[in-house]
Ligand binder design. Structure first.
Ligand code: ZN
Length: 193
């Protein structure tokens, strides 16, 4: 089926958003795509790239096109919508009772970082955040700010290993207090939002 994609020019990308699919870990990217297109009746998938529990990485939306990961949101320090954001999803995020949980596997975590490092290189001015920083959601079930500060990744410009994404590339807002509520995050202690 032909999909109606909207363009997402490289120079428009300001944010890289981390998501969870909030689905059982065993579900595959095919299921996710089916869910968006046939069940939700969206014209495009919710994420550009999904990382399965096995570490398999699958692109759901072509590069340079918009996916459907966020509702547009504006605050004093951010305006985010699908027109300026890339959406990366790890598959999983609920336990056997359907409750939110961070059940990323080791290889999934490694591949998630690998996808992110490519986008950090591709969009040198873009900032990283979790969906829960701009919507009242658990997604992606962890504190992306603290995570981004301690992950080890490769700077693809210099091909060097780095620990921690530069502070200026991490969006610090906690607009719905989800990080405060779940992770004790104190946004007032951050140097800049
Ligand atoms: Zn999300």
């Amino acid at each position: 089926m032909a999909r109606k994609y909207r363009p997402l020019p490289d120079e428009m990308v300001e944010y890289i958003v981390i998501h969870t699919s909030a689905s059982p870990q065993k579900y595959t990217w095919e299921w996710l795509l089916h869910y968006f297109i046939n069940i939700l009746n969206w014209s495009v998938a919710g994420y550009h790239v999904v990382v399965e529990e096995t570490g398999l990485v699958k692109r759901l939306v072509p590069h340079g096109k918009q996916s459907n990961g966020v509702k547009a949101f504006r605050a004093k320090d951010i305006f985010i919508s699908n027109r300026n954001a890339i959406h990366i999803c790890w598959e999983g995020g609920i336990d056997e009772n359907g409750q939110p949980t961070d059940n990323r596997t080791e290889i999934q975590e490694r591949e998630l970082i690998r996808v992110l490092e490519w986008y950090l290189w591709k969009y040198p001015n873009a900032k990283v955040l979790g969906h829960n920083q701009v919507d009242l959601k658990n997604c992606p079930c962890f504190n992306v700010i603290e995570w981004a500060r301690q992950i080890e990744y490769t700077d693809l410009n210099t091909n060097t290993r780095i620990v921690g994404i530069p502070e200026w590339r991490i969006y610090k807002g906690d607009n719905f207090k989800v990080l405060e509520y779940h992770f004790g995050y104190d946004s007032t202690k951050q140097a800049s939002a």
